[in-house]
Structures are given as structure tokens and as C-alpha cells.
Design a protein around this ligand. Structure first.
Ligand SMILES: [Zn+2]
Ligand SMILES: [Zn+2]
Length: 202
């Protein structure tokens, strides 16, 4: 039986709770619940980082990473729910941009980062043109932070340029995998749920 959105949100909340109190593994600064969610979404739930170090590691401006992940979370009920709870915990109203990461801004929503990043990756709809991938991995029912964590570890172990065919049954993968690829720089060659063809970045 498939887990409900509520169950998935509870699992995600448990991951955040388990990490609470950890400091950034790069700069040792304190990290808030939002940054823990960022780390989980980027596949770094084993070694959480502050937003600045996360962005540094990806070679992106912090504001771009932040806006992109926040807009991604708006598409995903599990991340969205836990995000709002973390805002309340930190004293920010639901539905506003939390001042811990958006100090000095007062817009309701950040500009949509998707358009900008879509230009960098053009996933093809037809997987036939991709040919054989060198590697294949069936992630089964893995979801949310577990899926991207395991995917990150697999991609890191591959030589640059290697193509991986990922099979991921979780319905959220249709949002999570493209978002993860855009931010990490790995190339999503094609997606045809539950299959995703990803080329490891150079
Ligand atoms: Zn840091
Ligand atoms: Zn925060």
C-alpha cells in the first residue's frame, strides 16, 4: 500500500527531528530546520550543511539555491508541510518567507527559479533516443530524502559522464529528481516515470 501524503510528511519530519541540533558539517555554524530540509532534499541528509555551505558546494549563489528549493517545496506536499511547521517552530508565520533565510525581503513568494534553471536542462520526453545506459539502479519505493541521499552516493561513485538509468516508483520522484539534477548539475537526459536517465556531471 502506498504511503499517504501525511505519512510521508511524518517520515520527513522524523528525519528533520533526528538531525536537529547538528551543526553544519563544513563551517560548524548552527543550522535551522529549513536548512535541514534543504540538506535532505539535496541528498545530504547524512551530513547536513548550512545554506551558504550547501550553495558553495554546488557552485551556486545561496539566493538561487534557496529560492529554487523553496519553489520546489511548494510543489511537494510532504516538504511543504514540514517547511511550514519549521517556520512556526522558529516563530515565522505560515505562508511567509522565513526571516532566517530571507532577512530583509518581504515578498510573499520568491521569483520562480524554475524558469531560469529549466534553460540549463532540457529533459527529453522520448527515452528511446538515449540508448543504453552504462549503469542501472532500481530504487524501488524509496522516496524523499532517502532516494536522493542514495542517488547522490551512487552518482559520486561513478566516473564523470557515466549515464545511469534510475528506476524510482515514488510519485514524488517526478518533481524531486529533476529538481535535484538541476541543482547538483547532473544532467537529466530524459524522464519517463518511473525511469530517469541521468548523466554524471564532468
Ligand atoms: Zn556552513
Ligand atoms: Zn529557518
Amino acid at each position: 500500500m502506498e504511503a499517504t501524503d501525511e505519512q510521508i510528511a511524518e517520515q520527513l519530519q522524523a528525519k528533520v527531528d533526528a538531525l536537529r541540533g547538528r551543526v553544519c558539517c563544513a563551517c560548524q555554524s548552527e543550522i535551522c530546520g529549513h536548512e535541514l530540509l534543504f540538506s535532505i532534499a539535496m541528498g545530504l541528509g547524512d551530513n547536513p550543511r548550512c545554506a551558504n555551505c550547501l550553495a558553495d558546494g554546488l557552485g551556486r549563489p545561496t539566493s538561487q539555491l534557496r529560492d529554487h528549493l523553496q519553489s520546489h517545496f511548494r510543489q511537494r506536499s510532504c516538504y511543504g508541510e514540514v517547511w511550514q511547521r519549521e517556520s512556526e517552530r522558529e516563530g515565522f508565520a505560515r505562508g511567509t518567507l522565513p526571516g532566517c533565510l530571507w532577512a530583509g525581503t518581504d515578498t510573499e513568494h520568491p521569483p520562480d527559479a524554475e524558469d531560469l534553471l529549466d534553460a540549463m536542462v532540457k529533459p527529453l520526453e522520448e527515452p528511446d533516443v538515449i540508448g543504453l545506459a552504462a549503469e542501472a539502479w532500481d530504487a524501488g519505493e524509496m522516496a524523499c530524502g532517502d532516494l536522493v541521499l542514495a542517488l547522490r552516493q551512487r552518482m559520486n561513485a561513478l566516473p564523470a559522464g557515466t549515464r545511469l538509468k534510475l528506476t524510482a516508483q515514488d510519485a514524488g520522484a517526478t518533481e524531486d529528481i529533476p529538481a535535484w539534477c538541476r541543482m547538483t548539475g547532473h544532467v537529466l537526459l530524459a524522464q519517463h516515470h518511473p525511469h530517469y536517465w541521468i548523466q554524471r556531471k564532468e
